[in-house]
Design a protein around this ligand. Structure first.
Ligand code: GAL
Length: 422
């Protein structure tokens, strides 16, 4: 008995020492994120483990909901109540929007970014997304680059039906029609606004082209938003809706990916976090599933996952921010994390040889698109617009997709909604 108590207290001491000791060195971080699917959680664990190994204490704050819409609502509430998390997953112009509210400065991680010369490790485009104070100081750290405009498909199902990966939207429509007739769900989709928006932007890029996407979705040019090209985009959305199944409403994206994995459905249009799910299930591209960009003229819709570091008080939290930022930009971390996540590294100097063919293709396409004007920010994933404009477009897209609204009506509503949001 006595002996047992001794054992217990020794165990407790050890446990206390293990956390309390190094935690002083590494600081603490409450991290708000929306990575709750199998592949996402596996990737995030790399960061959690790295943080703990370096003496940090991680307080997990997951807010489930693909695309992060729910996480952004929770984040807003935390900021409004004056209690920001130490780090929060966030993207694109929303970073600068928060800076404008005065809740990010004095930019605790900028010194780390300068010392590690992040400017030399990132493309200027990615680096700028991470900067506050008039794009002069780092206030966020990037962990990857996701591509949005992808088709994922079950290889067996395609092979059994004599189908190849489609290289035009017409080809896709014809393949989907054939699959439907054979009793297979052509398109696995989850009826959630952000998923509808994800499909919409791939279609807008493909049907409209790079310049159209830039004008309509990034520059919010009213003529482009209400154009006959936009009507055609909505026409294709209506066709796609006909290829989804009755279980679509509310379905999570990873459940839809699961339908492609088990052959219930043939295709999914989704960013390459879907590949994280295939990888997590032990499936291989080219052997079990196919990946191919959705048809476009060398367009590439990018989405950089990043974490913002708000103004926080207390040495421990600031140390935690600095450690996290440094780890996120670690060369080996960016490799291992992205192998699980399905994306490619944001750092330019990470070798791609251990990555699969989808990731290698993504990296090559990104470079090509960057040179030829097709590298464009995803609106559905918060890279192109401020939250109000993003929400305005997403609402119309969802309303159209989930009703029998005409394409013309949808294009007109898009113009009105965007105007009202400005
Ligand atoms: C995206 C995010 C990805 C992935 C996806 C689904 O917005 O960039 O990392 O998590 O949502 O939740």
């Amino acid at each position: 008995m006595y002996k047992n108590i001794l054992k217990l207290s020794a165990g407790l001491l050890l446990a206390a020492g293990m956390t309390a000791g190094p935690a002083m060195a590494g600081g603490e971080a409450e991290v708000l994120h929306w990575w709750t699917s199998g592949g996402e959680a596996k990737a995030l664990k790399v960061l959690k483990d790295d943080f703990a190994k370096n003496g940090g204490t991680w307080k997990d704050m997951p807010v489930a909901g693909g695309g992060g819409d729910a996480a952004m609502v929770t984040l807003k509430a935390r900021i409004v109540s004056g209690d920001p998390p130490t780090a929060a997953q966030i993207k694109g112009p929303t970073i600068q929007e928060y800076d404008d509210e005065g809740v990010v400065g004095p930019y605790n991680i900028h010194a780390v970014a300068s010392a590690e010369n992040w400017d030399a490790l990132l493309s200027p485009q990615v680096a700028n997304h991470m900067k506050c104070d008039g794009f002069t100081k780092y206030c966020a750290a990037p962990v990857n680059i996701h591509r949005i405009d992808w088709f994922w498909a079950n290889k067996k199902v395609l092979d059994a039906n004599g189908l190849k990966m489609p290289t035009s939207w017409d080809e896709f429509n014809a393949a989907a029609k054939k699959l439907k007739a054979a009793g297979i769900i052509p398109l696995a989709h989850g009826g959630q606004p952000w998923q509808d928006a994800t499909v919409f932007e791939a279609v807008a890029l493909g049907i409209g082209g790079n310049e159209f996407y830039q004008k309509a979705i990034v520059d919010l040019d009213m003529n482009a938003l209400g154009s006959s090209t936009m009507v055609k985009v909505f026409d294709q959305m209506r066709i796609l809706q006909g290829f989804t199944d009755e279980g679509m409403p509310g379905r999570d994206w990873n459940v839809a990916t699961g339908m492609v994995m088990n052959g219930k459905a043939a295709f999914q249009i989704m960013g390459d976090w879907a590949k994280g799910e295939f990888a997590n299930a032990g499936l291989k591209p080219g052997e079990d599933y196919y990946c191919l960009p959705t048809p476009s003229n060398h367009g590439y819709l990018y989405n950089v996952d990043s974490f913002i570091f708000f103004s926080v008080k207390g040495k421990n939290k600031i140390e935690g921010q600095k450690l996290l930022a440094s780890l996120m930009m670690g060369k080996n971390f960016q490799k291992v994390f992205n192998l699980y996540k399905g994306s490619i590294p944001a750092r330019l100097d990470v070798p791609m040889d251990e990555f699969d063919l989808c990731a290698k293709g993504s990296a090559a396409d990104l470079n090509y698109s960057a040179m030829t004007g097709g590298l464009l920010p995803s609106f559905a994933h918060g890279m192109a617009l401020k939250l109000a404009q993003k929400g305005a477009i997403q609402d119309v897209v969802t309303e159209h997709f989930n009703s029998d609204m005409s394409s013309q009506e949808a294009a007109s509503r898009l113009v009105r909604a965007v105007k009202d949001s400005l």
